[in-house]
Design a protein around this ligand. Structure first.
Ligand code: SF4
Length: 704
């Protein structure tokens, strides 16, 4: 604290997976300011528009949930209750369902915005004590295909590189991502690197000409859903032109010959036609990748959110494997996480098919290791319901109760009508959140007010495996409590032992202990270490003096035989259920909003960038359907309808339309929710839904 009474704290931005460091200053009046942390390796002092406005969302309590609320029957209003009454009811209801219908009759649906300690606690609670793997997360919606891709190819969910590799690479393939808007500081680093080294090549593949194309040497405006065909065609060119690393393939990979046979079976002309590209464009990309000293591929939801998201990941990772562009500085396949702690959730096994510290749920020894540490008999072997399956299970009565923590599925899950039906049919819904403006709160029988950003301590891990400690800076308003404390209080009401933690630090210590001996060993870490020494990239075993910047430098992968696995993919593109509608709808984020706007929607500066939902449509398509710029458009398909204003733009490929995913009921005009239209079909391996390919019809909306 300085003489004026101002205190300084270090923390991390709570929006995207870049994980920028921030300095929070709290003055004597309790007012806070946030600036970029110049010593932080991710952002080196820079912040994007969302990060710069973080403090507004902390200081504004106008929408906050302040005390527990409960209703005794569905047709009654919720009333304020004290914490004991609320958690007694939660324990009584969950206990009754578990006894009567078994542990799989209940489930927890959480968030990549939970701190690692919270993620750990809810996983221990569900998997170790309730006895169900029905614990899934909204991270399922953004990166589970990347998890599956890394596991199948590298043996574990292990992003091999570090942000520092950006400045060492000379070819970037940004595909299925718009980092200029969704990972802005990372994008600025690529931009600055290219400014300094104009020979650095940047390739962007996207059906839309996004802001990320501003630095692209080549924009591949491919047809939606054709990514695998494109990567195979690039692989073909690399092989044909002898731009592969035969020694690396021979010594460190399996499966190359199958891939060669597969990619050779489709001509470049056929591939280019399928993708809506020119053969010369594909050849050019292959030349740049093949000539690169350091090749980095970067991807996000554009690949992951697909019925063949795992295949897309594998086909892209193949490009790094066949060129030997992994396990060396400035090179590697790099999945960008959407949320600030999606990676931390993966570390604790925070999905229905995962186990703590990257252990394998199907391995009895791994399950027993976890059970022993939790002091329980066993951990269930069968994967639980994934995100969309959980809501299906509520709809068909297989699950009776759900506990939603720190997420707003009524707006963010696909096929909103299905989600709303599920919540109506559920016998009991608990919503634990910070904001009463979350649309999901409307469906809650029990509402539990949670402490928000800077109101609690804990850790998060960003896209490049960097763990940071977040200080508690201010008190939570009203009776709100940290999520981990709510869960521990509930666990004790259920009579479970092992939830008597006195602090978030004790929870973190237990998590670190559970990682010992695994490939993500962080047994050398503690809150104290992070406070004293700053951020650390895992692994960081006991005795380590620094984190691990890069993985696989010895070219030993985490597979059973130590070799990376090159996979082939189905040659046919997946069949879509509703192909008969004329336009393909793709959804995504805009620069200044975060998810369902429960925080960024409160900041007037952020609302100035784009102040209402819209549909981006090519002028040719607009003309065909009699739509003019700024007309209100009705967009329909079998699942629902959306009414939004038209933005005519040549930046989008003809035949494709785009609607941002943020708007729900907040600031709503008519029906702005993009997920009224999106498909709940999922990738069969990763169970990630396909937000990037639904077909729709559009017409000008005429008021009656
Ligand atoms: Fe926050 Fe991401 Fe912006 Fe960094 S880039 S300030 S982490 S939103």
């Amino acid at each position: 604290m300085d003489q004026s009474g101002t205190e300084k704290f270090k923390s991390t931005c709570s929006y995207c997976g870049v994980g920028c460091g921030v300095i929070v200053e709290k003055n004597a009046k309790g007012q806070i300011e946030v600036t970029g942390d110049e010593s932080h390796p991710a952002n080196k002092g820079m912040l994007c528009s969302k990060g710069m406005n973080l403090h507004y969302t902390v200081s504004d309590h106008s929408d906050r949930l302040l005390y527990p609320q409960m209703r005794w029957a569905r047709n009654q209003p919720r009333r304020r209750v004290d914490w004991d009454t609320a958690l007694d009811r939660a324990a009584a209801v969950f206990g009754t369902f578990i006894n009567k219908y078994g542990p799989d009759s209940v489930g927890f649906y959480v968030s990549g915005q939970c701190l690692t300690e919270e993620y750990y606690t809810v996983n221990k609670l569900a998997k170790g004590f309730v006895g169900t793997n029905n614990i899934d997360t909204n991270s399922r919606l953004c990166m589970s295909s990347a998890v599956a891709g890394y596991k199948k190819s590298l043996g574990e969910d292990s992003p091999p590189i570090s942000y520092d590799d950006i400045e060492l690479a000379n070819c970037f393939f940004i595909t299925g991502a718009n980092p200029a808007w969704c990972h802005p500081i990372l994008f600025r680093r690529i931009e600055a690197h290219k400014e300094k080294h104009p020979d650095v090549k940047v390739i962007v593949a996207d059906p839309r000409e996004t802001q990320s194309c501003s630095i692209a040497d080549l924009h591949l405006q491919l047809n939606p859903g054709t990514d695998t065909v494109l990567y195979h065609a690039i692989a073909r060119c690399l092989i044909e032109n002898d731009r592969i690393d035969e020694s690396f393939i021979e010594n460190h990979t399996d499966g190359f010959e199958d891939l060669r046979a597969q990619v050779m079976s489709r001509s470049l002309e056929q591939a280019a036609k399928t993708c809506g590209l020119e053969v010369r464009e594909i050849k050019q990309v292959a030349r740049w990748i093949g000539d690169a000293n350091g090749f980095i591929s970067m991807w996000a939801m554009g690949l992951n959110q697909s019925v063949d998201g795992t295949d897309k990941n594998l086909a892209l990772i193949n490009l790094s494997l066949i060129t030997g562009q992994i396990g060396k500085p400035g090179a590697g396949p790099f999945s960008l996480t959407g949320q600030p702690n999606a990676m931390g959730g993966r570390e604790v096994g925070g999905m229905a098919n995962l186990l703590s510290a990257h252990r394998d749920l199907s391995n009895p020894e791994h399950r027993q290791e976890v059970a022993d540490l939790w002091n329980v008999n066993s951990v269930p072997a069968e994967p639980g319901y994934s995100a969309t399956e959980m809501f299906d299970a509520l709809r068909n009565g297989n699950m009776k109760a759900i506990w939603v923590i720190c997420t707003n599925p009524v707006v963010s899950l696909p096929n909103s009508a299905m989600v709303e039906e599920a919540l109506k049919k559920a016998k009991f819904v608990i919503v634990q959140d910070i904001s009463q403006d979350s649309e999901t709160v409307d469906y809650a029988d029990l509402v539990l007010p949670a402490a928000g950003y800077l109101e609690k301590e804990g850790t998060m891990t960003n896209s490049d495996r960097r763990i940071s400690y977040l200080n508690k800076v201010v008190e939570a308003p009203g009776e709100a409590l940290p999520d981990a404390e709510i869960l521990c209080r509930f666990a004790r009401k259920m009579g479970y032992e092992g939830f008597d933690f006195d602090s978030a630090e004790e929870i973190f210590d237990e998590h670190c202990k559970l990682t010992k001996g695994t490939n993500i060993d962080i047994s050398g870490l503690s809150h104290e270490y992070l406070k004293q020494n700053g951020t650390v990239q895992w692994p960081f075993p006991e005795g380590a003096v620094e984190g691990t910047r890069r993985l696989f430098l010895d070219h030993q992968f985490y597979t059973a035989n130590g070799r990376a696995q090159i996979h082939t993919q189905s040659k046919k593109l997946p069949k879509r259920r509703d192909e008969d509608r004329p336009l393909v709808l793709t959804t995504g984020r805009i620069r200044d909003q975060w998810h369902t706007m429960t925080r960024t929607g409160k900041v007037s500066r952020l609302n100035q960038h784009i102040d209402e939902p819209y549909i981006e449509i090519h002028p040719e398509d607009a003309r065909k359907h009699g739509i003019g710029n700024e007309d209100v458009v009705e967009v329909i398909n079998d699942r629902g309808a959306v009414r939004v204003r038209a933005v005519l733009s040549e930046a989008i490929k003809p035949g494709v339309v785009f609607i941002p995913m943020h708007w729900g009921k907040i600031l709503q005009k008519d029906f702005p929710r993009a997920n009224n239209l999106t498909s709940d079909r999922v990738d069969p391996v990763s169970k990630e839904p396909d937000f990037k390919f639904s077909t729709v019809e559009v017409s000008k909306f005429e008021k009656e």
